[in-house]
Design a protein around this ligand. Structure first.
Ligand SMILES: Cc1cc2nc3c(=O)[nH]c(=O)nc-3n(C[C@H](O)[C@H](O)[C@H](O)COP(=O)(O)OP(=O)(O)OC[C@H]3O[C@@H](n4cnc5c(N)ncnc54)[C@H](O)[C@@H]3O)c2cc1C
Length: 571
């Protein structure tokens, strides 16, 4: 159930805000903490910045070849610097696509898989690299021919939200009223559409201190609309949620995290990348942009690195000459005038020996206190999209996209056409629901998941369609991530504010300059690839300014606008 089903439909995807009237303009991920238009910044014909020619070829270390590290490296390369990318595992990071070994063209996105069209900076790169996208089959989305919601053993089948029983419409109405009454939802979306940054800041800066200590659950439980509707509505809201499905595993998180998602439509109008999300970081690695400041035509990140990034980093410290020394796990150490780290920031204390003096103590507190969500996914390949078969007794599809309060929580059906192998994402879970799978093998997981689905779809023999081995992931079990993505708890706003604004270093002592944090968990919208892109762009701004370059006239960068538009400091 998406909140958008209750609001006027908007399909202004193809129209820029500049041509549309404010009320028609699309919602963008103009985050209220820092409503900087990264898409306009990226689209500027004169580019992002200039560095003095004497700096051309200067090496800058970029730790992590996920989306954030590759956006950072790609933009630094375009400006004439020489990014040196380090990666502990695969190019792509949490945009990781696995192939089923017996049918390599059939893929499963283990991390990011559905990308909101409001993420304009993310799509800047998707479009630049010519990647094909199509609508993701979320619950009740137009691309989803049917959805089943099964709660407390009761099953509801619907092709569209309108077909659901009245109860679910009451739940959606209670949520809409809660965010309108308690968080100025409609006013904020109007301000975002109009890119009215003064209004966005005014609304958000008033709400922030009031809501920073509120959990998501506390917010809905305290709302008049949910109080009136009663517990069953709150419970069903948690299980069915909005946009992408159930959100009750987010109930302990700060309500600010949820508001950032719904204000910016991050939960709506999702698209997948055909062939898998990992194609985006791989394409960035291989792409040779034209018209670079220094490098000859045909230069790409891949060619600058002779085909492979450097290895895992295990130490960062300041050298006697002032350079930052980056050491790899197998001993090679290189000095740089600037370093960008894009791995989950927890790893700076757990897996990378990072000299303590490089960051202020309060930044270390922010790094250490960060809260990460766990997440697990389990996929199987099937012989064909048999779920589209019609049950002669009911006249309905035999299997649907499913939201349930059973262990699986959410089952997604993904296909590339009628007579080809297809994929079932049997279960996608977060937090406690993900921990339930952590200790189990892939086979045990699949057996339990199939058992749950048998209760919902008695008589449908899903197992008989499965071919090949299942693919499963628990991100918290991977030492290069140690969690899926950040989600702040109540009272954590101050930590996020410190992490996000660290790229502007003019107020830091000399010894703490030159090392920049970027990546998903540094952004205000962790769990969305847009934040990986935009914090990478912040780091580019930071590096350029640190080395002696500057933004181009007429295209102020995030650092120039941070004081005016940036996140406020709470006491
Ligand atoms: C389960 C899950 C579902 C998601 N769903 C969505 C979604 O549907 N839509 C969406 O927009 N976003 C989604 N996301 C978020 C999205 O995947 C991330 O925002 C994005 O991929 C993060 O990119 P990054 O570069 O910031 O970090 P990462 O991708 O984590 O990149 C950091 C890199 O650093 C490397 N590294 C770690 N330690 C070292 C070391 N010591 N030395 C060198 N390298 C190191 C890692 O191997 C990794 O490749 C999801 C994430 C997960 C986990």
């Amino acid at each position: 159930m998406t909140i958008a089903t209750e609001l006027p439909a908007e399909h202004t995807l193809d129209r820029g805000a500049d041509q549309a009237t404010p009320s028609e303009a699309p919602i963008t991920m103009l985050n209220p903490d820092f409503p900087f238009s990264y898409d306009h910044y990226l689209a500027h014909p004169d580019g992002l910045a200039v560095v003095p020619p004497e700096l051309y070829g200067t090496e800058v270390a970029v730790i992590g070849a996920g989306l954030s590290g590759l956006v950072t490296a790609y933009e630094l390369m375009k400006l004439g610097l020489r990014p040196v990318v380090y990666e502990a595992d695969q190019i792509g990071g949490r945009l990781r696509t696995a192939s089923f070994p017996s049918a390599p063209g059939v893929v499963a996105d283990l991390g990011g898989m559905r990308f909101p069209v409001s993420g304009k900076a993310f799509y800047h790169y998707v479009d630049l690299l010519g990647l094909d996208t199509r609508e993701f089959p979320n619950p009740l989305a137009p691309a989803t021919s049917s959805t089943v919601i099964e709660l407390a053993g009761e099953k509801h089948y619907a092709a569209t939200a309108a077909e659901l029983p009245e109860f679910f419409h009451e739940v959606a109405a209670a949520w809409k009223a809660a965010v309108n009454d308690g968080a100025a939802f409609q006013e904020m979306q109007e301000a975002i559409r109009a890119r009215d940054t003064a209004r966005i800041k005014q609304l958000w800066n008033e709400l922030l201190p009031k809501l920073d200590e509120q959990t998501f659950y506390g917010f809905i439980a305290a709302s008049e609309s949910f109080k009136k509707a009663g517990f069953a509505h709150r419970e069903a809201f948690g299980q069915v949620g909005f946009g992408t499905g159930g959100w009750d595993t987010d109930f302990p998180n700060s309500i600010l995290e949820i508001l950032r998602v719904v204000y910016t439509d991050a939960d709506d109008q999702h698209r997948l990348i055909t062939g898998g999300a990992q194609r985006l970081p791989e394409a960035l690695w291989n792409h040779a942009p034209s018209g670079m400041a220094h490098w000859p035509e045909g230069t790409s990140l891949a060619s600058l690195h002779s085909g492979s990034p450097r290895g895992a980093v295990d130490r960062i410290q300041r050298g006697a000459d002032g350079d930052l020394l980056v050491r790899e796990r197998w001993g090679r150490e290189t000095g740089y005038p600037a370093v960008v780290t894009t791995c989950q920031s927890w790893l700076l204390s757990t897996r990378i020996h990072t000299e303590e003096a490089l960051f202020p103590a309060e930044l270390w507190t922010a790094i250490e206190r960060s809260h990460y969500m766990q997440s697990s996914k389990t996929f199987v390949m099937v012989d064909r999209p048999f779920w589209k078969d019609i049950d002669p007794e009911t006249g309905r599809e035999v299997l649907s996209m499913t939201l349930t309060d059973r262990l699986n929580r959410a089952t997604y059906l993904l296909d590339d056409g009628p007579d080809k192998p297809a994929v079932i994402l049997l279960s996608y879970t977060w937090n406690d629901d993900a921990l339930k799978w952590l200790a189990l093998s892939a086979e045990e997981r699949v057996k339990l998941m199939l058992h749950s689905l048998e209760q919902i779809y008695p008589g449908v023999d899903i197992a008989s369609h499965i071919i090949g081995q299942p693919i499963t992931v628990s991100w918290e079990a991977d030492p290069n991530f140690m969690g899926a993505f950040k989600a702040n708890l109540p009272g954590h706003y101050r930590y996020q504010q410190r992490l996000f604004t660290h790229f502007k270093q003019d107020r830091l002592p000399e010894g703490q300059r030159g090392i920049f944090l970027a990546g998903d968990d540094v952004s205000f919208t962790a769990g969305w690839a847009e934040g990986a892109v935009t914090t990478g762009l912040n780091a580019v701004w930071g590096v350029v300014n640190h080395l002696g370059g500057s933004s181009v006239p007429g295209n102020p960068g995030p650092g120039e606008l941070l004081d005016e538009l940036g996140p406020i400091i709470l006491d």
